[in-house]
Design a protein. Structure first.
Length: 470
C-alpha cells in the first residue's frame, strides 16, 4: 500500500511550500483538466522511485489553549492515519510555544516523526537547529523548501522503510528468472516484462479476465453505503467475505453475470453490525488509498445538493491517479422534471471537462438504474487495459489526417508521421511529426476525440503527447 506522509507544523513554517515541491510533477496531470479545483491539501507525490500521498495538515495552530482542541478534525485524523509525520519548524524564527505544544501532541502518538528545520538558506543551519533539540527528538533534518535544498535527502530517509518493502518484493520476483504470465497483474507489469507478441497477447487476455477492483467514493451522505448495500443485497450477486483491518477500506469480492469484482468499500458498511449503526467518519486518506488501489472509480454525487468543491477534489484524485471513471448521480427518485433539467445543466457546466466518463442517474434507495452501472464499469476497465499497437495507432493517425488535414503553419503543412503507446493507465499516445509544438489546441482535441472514437475508449482518460521530428 502506498505510504502516507503528513506535514505538520504551525502556520508559516513552510508546509505548503514543501507540499508544492513534492507534488509539482503531479500538477502537470491535473492541469490537463481545466475546471478542476486543485486541492492544495492532499496530493500524490513522486520522488525518485518513491510514490507517496502527502497531506498538508494546515489546520494546526498549536495555541496555548492546548493543541488538542485547536486542531481541526481532519488534521488530527491525518496524523492518525499517516505512516510518517514530518514536523516542520522555522529555522529563522526559532523555537516557539506552538512548536512545543505540537511536539507534545506528537510524542503521545508514537508515530515515526521527523523534525524538519526549514528555511536554513542563508543562515548557519547548525546553530539555528541547536535550540530545537529541546523538543526531545532523535534526529533533525535541515532543509530549505523554497530552494529545494535537502528535500530529496529528507524524503529518502523518511521513506526508506517503504523502499525496503519494495525491494524485498522485487527480490522475491527476481528469484525465478522466467516471468510468469499469471504474475503480471497490471498493464504496466506486462509492458515492463518485454514479452513476445504471443505472450503479451495472452497476458492481456488474462488481465481482462481479472476481477475488477471498483472503488465507490463520494463525500458523506451521497448514498455510498446505500448503494453498496443495494449491490450486495442483489440476488444475482455472489458475495465472498474477506477480512480487513479497521484502518483501511473493506475489500468485498463478488461476482455478477460471470464477471468478478472486488468492491472497495470506503463507507465501511460491512464493518457495521447493522445498517443503523453510526456511519464511519469520512476519511479523505482512506478514499485516496482506495482510488490508488482501484482499477475503476465510481464517483457518487448527490442530485439533491449542488456540485461542491469536495466532489471536484475527489474527482481530481481519480484523474490524478489516471483511473477509469464512472459517475453516478444518486437520489434521482422523486425529483420533478424541472429539477432534473437543472441538475443536468449544472453537470454539463461543471463536469463537462470529463467528457469521457459515463454518467448514470440512479436511485440507490430504490435500485433504479443500478444494474446499468456494471456495463459502464466493465467498459471503462476494458478501455483502460486494452492493448494498442503501434501499427493501429499509426493507422488511426493517418485516417484522422485524411478526414481532416492538419492546418498550415507559416506556409508549411504539419505532417504527423506515426504514433505509439507511451504508457498506460491512463493510456498515453505519443505522436511524432514536424511542427507539432505549434499545432493548435483545436486540432489536438480533434485527434484526441478521433482516437477515443476509433479505439472505443470510454471511461478512461487518454493523454496525447507530441514529439517533434523534422
Ligand atoms: P505554511 O503556512 O506552513 O504552509 O507556510 P508557507 O509554505 O506558506 O510559507 C510561509 C512563508 O515562508 C512564505 O513566505 C514562504 O515563501 C516562506 N518559506 C518557505 N520555505 C522557505 C525556505 O526554505 N526559505 C525561506 N527563506 N523562506 C521560505
Ligand atoms: P454515505 O454517507 O455516502 O454512505 O450515504 P448513505 O448511504 O448513508 O445515505 C445518506 C442518506 O441518503 C440516507 O438517509 C439514505 O437513506 C439517503 N439516500 C441514499 N440513497 C438515496 C436515494 O437513492 N434516494 C433517496 N431519496 N435517498 C437516498
Amino acid at each position: 500500500m502506498i505510504p502516507v506522509v503528513a506535514l505538520v507544523g504551525r502556520p508559516n513554517v513552510g508546509k505548503s511550500t514543501l507540499f508544492n515541491r513534492l507534488t509539482r510533477t503531479r500538477d502537470a496531470l491535473v492541469a490537463d483538466f481545466p475546471g478542476l479545483t486543485r486541492d492544495r491539501k492532499y496530493g500524490k507525490a513522486e520522488l525518485e522511485e518513491h510514490e507517496f500521498i502527502v497531506i498538508d495538515t494546515g489546520g494546526i495552530d498549536g495555541s496555548e489553549e492546548g493543541v488538542e482542541t485547536k486542531m481541526a478534525e481532519q488534521s488530527l485524523a491525518a496524523i492518525e492515519e499517516a505512516d510518517v509525520v514530518l514536523f516542520l519548524v522555522d529555522g529563522r524564527a526559532g523555537l516557539t510555544a506552538a512548536d512545543e505544544a505540537i511536539a507534545k501532541h506528537l510524542r503521545s502518538r508514537e508515530k515515526p516523526t521527523f523534525l524538519v528545520v526549514n528555511k536554513i538558506d542563508g543562515i548557519d543551519g547548525d546553530s539555528a537547529c541547536a535550540e530545537f533539540w529541546q523538543l526531545g527528538v532523535d534526529a533533525m533534518y535541515q532543509i530549505a523548501a523554497a530552494q529545494n535544498r535537502g528535500v530529496t535527502a529528507l524524503m529518502e530517509r523518511a521513506l526508506a522503510p517503504f523502499a525496503e518493502n519494495l525491494k524485498a518484493k522485487e527480490a522475491e520476483g527476481e528469484e525465478s528468472d522466467e516471468v510468469q504470465i499469471e504474475d503480471l497483474t497490471s498493464v504496466e507489469d506486462i509492458e515492463k516484462a518485454n514479452l513476445s507478441e504471443a505472450d503479451a497477447e495472452a497476458a492481456y487476455k488474462r488481465l481482462q479476465e481479472q476481477p475488477i477492483k471498483l472503488a465507490i467514493i463520494g463525500r458523506p451522505n451521497v448514498g455510498k453505503s446505500t448503494l453498496t448495500n443495494r449491490i450486495l443485497g442483489e440476488e444475482r450477486v455472489v458475495v465472498f467475505d474477506m477480512p480487513g483491518t479497521t484502518r483501511d477500506s473493506i475489500y468485498i469480492p463478488m461476482e455478477r453475470d460471470g464477471q468478478e469484482y472486488v468492491l472497495i468499500d470506503t463507507a465501511g458498511i460491512r464493518r457495521r453490525k447493522n445498517m443503523h449503526q453510526a456511519v464511519e467518519k469520512f476519511s479523505v486518506i482512506q478514499t485516496l488509498k482506495a482510488v490508488e488501489d482501484a482499477n475503476v472509480v465510481l464517483l457518487v454525487i448527490d442530485a439533491r445538493e449542488n456540485i461542491s468543491d469536495q466532489d471536484l477534489s475527489l474527482l481530481g484524485f481519480a484523474l490524478n491517479a489516471g483511473r477509469s471513471l464512472v459517475i453516478a448521480v444518486n437520489k434521482w427518485d422523486g425529483l420533478d422534471n424541472e429539477v432534473k433539467e437543472r441538475v443536468k445543466s449544472e453537470l454539463d457546466r461543471r463536469l463537462g471537462f470529463v467528457d469521457f466518463a459515463r454518467i448514470h442517474f440512479i436511485s440507490a434507495l430504490h435500485g433504479t438504474g443500478v444494474g446499468h452501472l456494471y456495463e459502464s464499469v466493465q467498459e471503462a476497465y476494458q478501455s483502460a487495459t486494452k492493448r494498442i499497437s503501434t501499427s493501429m495507432l499509426t493507422r488511426i493517425l493517418q485516417m484522422a489526417q485524411d478526414d481532416h488535414q492538419p492546418p498550415m503553419i507559416r506556409g508549411r503543412r504539419v505532417k504527423l508521421k506515426y504514433a505509439h503507446a507511451g504508457g498506460y493507465n491512463p493510456p498515453i499516445i505519443v505522436i511524432h511529426g514536424n511542427l507539432v509544438n505549434e499545432l493548435p489546441g483545436s486540432y489536438k482535441r480533434y485527434l484526441m476525440n478521433y482516437y477515443r472514437k476509433s479505439l472505443e475508449m470510454m471511461g478512461t482518460p487518454i493523454r496525447i503527447q507530441f514529439q517533434n521530428s523534422e
